[in-house]
Design a protein. Structure first.
Length: 243
């Protein structure tokens, strides 16, 4: 769509971003949201955003300790602060921390733009209903992500064996490398082998269910169509911002 150089309507919404998990993906969210708004509106327009960026080391300790109540309380507090600051909706700029999305939703009166809802919309637009999901070990082995996709008629596919090992491989790549800004060719090869096993198990496509994974993979290196969760989430957020 060509830029219109048209101003947003008075009182256009502001989006609150819960970021810093990791800051590398938050930078990408910020860039993509502003690029999308500028492309739609032209001129000097940019996105109306508020950012609460947490210290990922604190969040990571809570994850490793299994203190999800503590993690939920931390993000809920920051989300409430975004709402008080004027956010009309909240976005968690990471896949894994949607594990505590209910705590965030309970803490605010404004909508939470859930990443799995955006992923489901993107999958349906491409005619994909059976998806593999890769990301952190929790995203790959727990049910919170797949249950949200199932609300939209999307089935999550996993290989019948070896999935725990695959989850451990991708988790290592995410936390030991990508969240530290490291991208390695040998890790790309290892993740592609995980995708091949998902294809063989009947997946029609794969969700990059970690907001750093798009630093590692694109469709030119993948045996299956990819649903980039970051891109899908940004698209949903842009629609919210622009109406």
């Amino acid at each position: 769509m060509a830029p219109t150089d048209a101003a947003p309507t008075p009182g256009a919404p502001t989006l609150g971003i819960l970021g810093g998990m990791s800051w590398h993906s938050t930078v990408e969210y910020y860039r993509l949201l502003n690029t999308a708004v500028a492309a739609r509106l032209g001129g000097h327009h940019s996105a109306r955003l508020l950012l609460a960026s947490v210290d990922f080391d604190e969040v990571r300790r809570l994850q490793v300790d299994g203190d999800w109540d503590g993690a939920g309380a931390l993000l809920a507090e920051r989300a409430a602060g975004l709402e008080r600051g004027g956010a009309d909706a909240v976005l968690i700029a990471t896949n894994l921390m949607h594990k505590v999305a209910p705590a965030v939703e309970d803490a605010v009166r404004v909508p939470l733009l859930h990443i799995a809802d955006a992923v489901a919309d993107a999958a349906r637009s491409r005619g994909l209903t059976r998806l593999g999901v890769i990301g952190s070990g929790w995203v790959m082995t727990e049910t919170f992500y797949g249950e949200r996709l199932a609300r939209h008629g999307i089935e999550v596919v996993r290989p019948s064996s070896g999935w725990d090992d695959d989850a451990a491989t991708v988790d290592r790549v995410v936390f030991d490398e990508l969240t530290r800004g490291e991208v390695r060719a040998e890790s790309r090869d290892a993740v592609v082998r995980v995708l091949e096993r998902l294809r063989d198990a009947g997946a029609e496509g794969v969700v990059l269910g970690c907001t750093e994974l798009d630093l590692l993979l694109d469709e030119s290196a993948s045996p299956l169509p990819l649903i980039d969760s970051t891109a899908a989430h940004v698209d949903a957020a842009t629609r919210f911002l622009l109406g």
